[in-house]
Design a protein around this ligand. Sequence first.
Ligand SMILES: [Zn+2]
Length: 279
Amino acid sequence: MEVLGFIAICYFISKFFGGNDNKINLKCPYCRKDVNIDTPGFWNCPYCDNSFHYRSDGRVLLSDEACNEGVILIAQLFAKLAKADDVVSRQEIDVVDRIVRNDLELSDPQRKEFREAFNEHKNSVLGYLEIIHQLNYFYRETPQVLLFIVDSLFTIARVDGGIHMSQENFIHAAIETFNTTINMRYEDFLQGEGNSSNDNGNEYDNTDTAEDRYYHVLGCTANSTNDEIKSAYKRLVQQYHPDKHVSKDLPEDMIEYAANKFKEIRQAYEEIKKERKIS
Ligand SMILES: [Zn+2]
């Protein structure tokens, strides 16, 4: 009995103080085989390849009961935005509900999960930049979803009066990040011109080469002149230069985001310079 108690205590200690072997053991909801996972989230069963969602409260949802990972990220992002002006207003909740009903094709249990994710995330510590980056990755093949997200962010931010400054920064960050996929500017959205094509006719498509991506990073296209590329590069580098952020009291994820962005911009410019033989 005492031995069991000791083992139980060791187990709890290892749980709480984070040994690296914190495997969660559960039964696959489809084939009932034992599956080991590391963290809550979406998992594919290694035996039957069905996917399920292991939630942080310990529930296991089947894929048709669960929202997919991207939809959960959308719920989290909406919550973060609604919270960005400190109070989540009734109007904000209503407009999110309306967006979910009209634009996301969800089953009843999925809608419920969306609402839960929204509520849980209003106060979570996960930074919005992290969510934005995950969304950009998740929907990299379907830029129309990213456009939908940005449109929705504007709708939510506007519903209780004007766009609050913190919400503006937020939406800026979303567009900056998604821009590597959709190539849009904040101004385009403000002017209500947000749609999947743009002035340059440089519509994103899945056959994009590495080169196209470099141009996207700089907000340019293969048709841009050398001068346009140089000035885009200068502007972006100024915006994201690490020195600019050190002195300011910025959240850590913002600094990290800027640092990564800075690296990305420099790399894109180096590659384009090589390609065009610009000195
Ligand atoms: Zn299975």
